[in-house]
Design a protein around this ligand. Structure first.
Ligand code: SAH
Ligand code: SF4
Length: 411
């Protein structure tokens, strides 16, 4: 809680001066360097200055983390005025910020329509752990897929997020966590500083990132740009339900780490749990995994496996899993099923999960059981769902009370 007041971007007036009045202007956030140069030149920046201006703007946006053109100190007043007239660099509006008992934070963010349609809302989750902090970013509002156990899957797809909206989730989280320590550093200081709060990014929020490939790719390339946000590609993981053609593209065009929502080891069950399997069955999926570039023991694919009581959690399933993954450098992430109002599955018993994990371990695979984080604020895997269809407050409070009663405060 202290942090909230210490960081205090809740003072939207100083950090987001143009959030309302400028809401329809195009944003400079999330563009590639080439697109940024084009945008500046189109509005009157001389071509011969373009490279230098891009360098400056990039530095202020992604190293200093500013969201007000007036804070671009080494940019002339005239140019700042020009930028303000045509563009915005404002953050999304924070509709709600929740902090779980375990320190997990969830933000409900509202993005302005930028000229067309309605504003959209998405959820972003920050999970602090010993020595690292993971930000779980959304790629779509809702999801067009309908995995049987996933809350997001019950919300129809509203639309893809733009690369601005994807990157803004990272910028906003770093604002709120005080994770732009270089914002106030004197000009010319060597940045970025050590000790980031957001050390890892996972594309595991709402939506199927590979159904929004272009925007996700552009955002991840901005996030991993060495002169900006500088996240190592080894610390960025994209999770997909298995959009096979775009898995090849992800490997070739982004180089980030891959996670596959596997959840079943035969086509019959996977067709039901993860319906995209009907289009891209296990054989094709595993071929794409085997072909993923740069795999080694140190660079493995994560296979996510949700533990559903009596559905996919037997030792025979564990055995099949080992068979299926043969030859792929893999780690298996066992996810205890997170219930949501109306869900028809139950989480496997703890002993069953442990026995499953032991079996896989003995076969030589790392198989961490993912501790459910932020369940009390519906921030855990598969629980995200945004405003357009969120629970009524009374309904949510009742559900939260039920979760705490069932799982204890520290679950
Ligand atoms: N759409 C992408 C990424 C987001 S989901 C994908 O499916 O991979 C992140 C992970 O949470 C996925 O592995 C998903 O299958 C899993 N998940 C979904 N609902 C869940 C639930 N209720 N409990 C536990 N995990 C769930
Ligand atoms: Fe969409 Fe992933 Fe949920 Fe499936 S698990 S419905 S792909 S968000």
């Amino acid at each position: 809680m202290d942090m909230m007041t210490a960081v205090s971007p809740s003072a939207p007036t100083s950090l987001m001066p143009d959030a309302l009045s400028f809401e329809n202007r195009p944003s400079l956030i999330g563009l590639t360097r080439e697109e940024l140069a084009e945008a500046l030149v189109e509005k009157g920046v001389p071509q011969r200055q373009a490279k230098m201006r891009v360098q400056q703007v990039w530095h202020w946006l992604y190293i200093r983390g500013i969201s007000d053109f007036d804070h671009m100190l080494n940019v002339s007043k005239d140019l700042r005025q020009l930028l303000k007239t045509h563009f915005t660099i404002a953050r999304p509006e924070i509709v709600e910020e929740q902090i779980s008992n375990d320190g997990t934070r969830k933000w409900l963010l509202r993005f302005p329509p930028r000229g067309a349609g309605r504003p959209v809302e998405v959820e972003t989750v920050y999970i602090p752990e010993e020595g690292r902090g993971t930000l779980c970013i959304s790629s779509q509002v809702g999801c067009s897929l309908t995995c049987d156990f996933c809350h997001t899957g019950t919300q129809r797809l509203v639309r893809n997020l733009t690369s601005e909206e994807i990157i803004s989730q990272l910028l906003l989280a770093r604002d709120r966590l005080g994770d732009f320590p270089d914002r106030e550093a004197p000009q010319g200081a060597i940045v970025p500083a050590e000790g980031r709060k957001v050390t890892n990014v996972v594309m595991m929020g709402m939506g199927e990132p590979l159904y929004n490939f272009e925007n996700v790719k552009r955002a991840l390339l901005v996030a991993s740009d060495g002169d900006g946000l500088s996240l190592s590609k080894r610390r960025i993981t994209l999770s997909t339900s298995g959009v096979v053609p775009e898995i090849y593209r992800t490997g070739a065009e982004t180089g980030v780490m891959l996670a596959i929502s596997l959840h079943a080891t035969n086509d019959e069950l996977r067709d039901k749990l993860v319906p995209i399997n009907k289009k891209y069955p296990l054989k094709e999926l595993m071929e794409a995994c085997r072909a993923y570039p740069g795999l080694s023991n140190a660079r493995r694919i994560t296979f996510e496996y949700v533990m559903l009581k009596g559905v996919n959690d037997s030792l025979a399933d564990a055995k099949n899993l080992i068979k299926l993954l043969k030859g792929v450098p893999a780690k298996i992430n066992l996810i205890p099923f997170n219930p949501w109002p109306g869900s028809k599955y139950e989480c496997s018993d703890w002993e069953t999960i442990e026995a499953f994990a032991d079996f896989i371990n003995q076969a030589g695979y790392a198989s961490p059981i993912r501790t459910p984080r932020g369940r009390d604020i519906l921030a855990a895997c598969g629980q995200l769902k945004s405003e357009s269809e969120r629970m009524r407050k009374t309904e949510r409070l009742a559900f939260e009370a039920m979760m705490i009663a069932n799982h204890g405060e520290d679950d």
